[in-house]
Ligand binder design. Structure first.
Ligand SMILES: Cc1cc2nc3c(=O)[nH]c(=O)nc-3n(C[C@H](O)[C@H](O)[C@H](O)COP(=O)(O)OP(=O)(O)OC[C@H]3O[C@@H](n4cnc5c(N)ncnc54)[C@H](O)[C@@H]3O)c2cc1C
Length: 451
């Protein structure tokens, strides 16, 4: 089993720290890595797509789970897969789509592992219909700090602590996941523009439930009457009959097709993403979208994972990296969303990856992020002057609206706000104290936020 001391960061590249990176290839090696990880403990890591410091552990161990990558059982009649936690959603799509099954929830990148999907209890564009990833997990195997492997079923405290528990209850070794049936690997997509934030929220509220997937790209640099203007995309898995006759797609309707552009160059200058360039991009993006179009057929990779087509796209923010800020506030807190969007657009944050979405019912994970309501996610170059103080103010606003920020994106929240945002945190701490009294499973995130 290899173990090198390396610099480890999240996808946003904001807070690198050094750790011993250990890559177990068997469950026995995983158990040995946990047993021998030393006083600074260890944390499981998947494909490192968490933006902040959740999968890093300064001065300790980081368990790279991608070496545990076997798909054990596929029940193609029931739509259930049992696989190792280090298997990526990308691989599952390759294997499962030809069989007529799709992952139940996918985030904006398919380069995440099943373990990372459970650890952060990820959500996708279908949250309003399908909930978060944990809703589809039937059971999992967890290697805990005492060296035991526990089979963890639904409706148990350990399941609810582990789903969204950011790797802090132990190392997920395997998971059994229920899949989504599909007739084709294409999406039928409706696109429409919204002229401002109120228009956008009204459209999302009125018609979200007509589609399995729904999300809006929002122009956070637009001001005045155009504040919050947006492009909504809604989609459903295309049924076979929606595919044109005599096309390649019709002949091979379940083929998983992806496309790749050249990788982003190594680190662009930090000034490149300025208000001017991002403002121009946003203007172009808004104008390029059709006012209204229905039934466009798109590849799964185009609809769900456009950024995956550009390897290492996170380098475009320069060496300083970028912060992803994502919060959710409940229904009835629309004014808080309006205030926050106005503040961001007045602050002129050069953000071009900003999305607004409505969440449906929450799942029981104690530290799971989604609650019914409105979620906004945006990226901001980390070098922006005064960014820390500005985001602290947004945190206050979110907390005052009984909302929360997403731990998988976070690298900077102040610990005193965490209990207000996650009311089950005391239960989580108590379970962890009993399960792992020496704090074997620990991360930069858990130390920073005193989880
Ligand atoms: C372009 C992009 C788009 C994204 N879009 C979304 C989105 O739409 N919705 C969303 O919810 N998230 C989104 N994310 C965030 C991403 O889905 C989550 O951070 C996810 O957890 C990353 O999985 P990973 O395998 O890379 O895990 P890592 O980033 O390596 O780890 C994430 C957390 O999971 C834990 N973990 C990993 N493996 C295990 C394991 N085997 N056992 C126990 N714990 C484990 C880690 O300890 C850590 O706390 C996006 C990220 C990117 C880069």
């Amino acid at each position: 089993m290899s173990a090198d001391t390396v610099s480890v960061t999240g996808w946003g590249r904001t807070a690198p720290t050094s750790a011993r990176l250990i890559r177990p290839r068997t469950y026995e090696e995983a158990a040995a890595a946990v047993r021998d990880c030393g006083a600074r403990g260890g944390i499981p890591r998947g494909l490192g797509r968490a933006y902040g410091d959740a999968a890093q552990n300064a001065g300790g161990s980081v368990f790279d789970m991608t070496g545990l990558d076997r798909i054990h059982v596929i029940d193609a009649s029931e739509g259930i897969v049992l696989c190792d936690a280090g298997v990526s959603l990308h691989r599952l799509m390759h294997v499962l789509l030809p069989l007529g099954w799709f992952v139940p929830v996918t985030p904006g990148t398919r380069y995440v592992t099943v373990g990372g999907a459970i650890g952060a209890d990820i959500h996708g564009k279908n949250h309003h219909v399908s909930g978060s990833f944990s809703r589809h997990v039937l059971s999992l195997e967890l290697l805990t700090a005492d060296g035991e492997v526990r089979t963890v079923g639904r409706d148990t405290p350990l399941f609810d602590a582990t789903t969204g528990g950011m790797g802090l209850t132990g190392m997920i070794l395997t998971a059994t996941v229920r899949l989504q049936p599909v007739e084709t690997s294409l999406m039928s997509v409706d696109t429409e523009r919204a002229r401002d934030l109120d228009d956008l929220m009204a459209r999302l509220t009125a018609t979200d439930h007509h589609h399995r997937y729904s999300v809006a790209w929002i122009d956070l640099l637009a001001r005045g009457a155009a504040t919050g203007r947006a492009v909504l995309t809604r989609g459903d898995h295309a049924p076979l009959e929606a595919l044109p006759e005599r096309t390649r797609a019709r002949r091979d309707p379940l083929a998983f097709r992806t496309s790749h552009l050249p990788a982003a160059p190594a680190f662009l200058p930090e000034g490149l993403l300025s208000r001017t360039t991002v403002g121009l991009f946003n203007e172009f993006w808004f104008r390029k979208a059709p006012r209204a179009r229905t039934g466009e057929l798109q590849k799964i990779s185009t609809f769900f994972h456009p950024l995956d087509g550009v390897p290492h796209w996170n380098r475009i923010y320069g060496r300083g990296g970028f912060v992803q800020y994502q919060f959710v506030v409940g229904h009835g807190q629309e004014d808080a969303v309006r205030r926050i969007v106005r503040r961001i657009s007045q602050r002129r944050c050069p953000s071009f990856l900003a999305v607004l979405k409505r969440f449906g019912d929450a799942d029981p994970g104690w530290l799971s992020f989604p609650v019914p309501g409105w979620t906004l996610a945006l990226d901001i170059p980390a070098h922006l002057p005064g960014l820390g103080a500005f985001l602290d103010e947004l945190d206050e606003e979110v907390a005052a609206a009984d909302g929360r920020v997403y731990l998988a994106k976070d690298s900077r929240l102040r610990p005193e706000l965490l209990t207000a945002m996650y009311p089950r945190l005391p239960d989580f701490r108590a379970l962890r104290a009993e399960l792992d009294p020496r704090g074997v499973f620990t991360s930069d995130l858990s130390r920073r936020l005193d989880i």
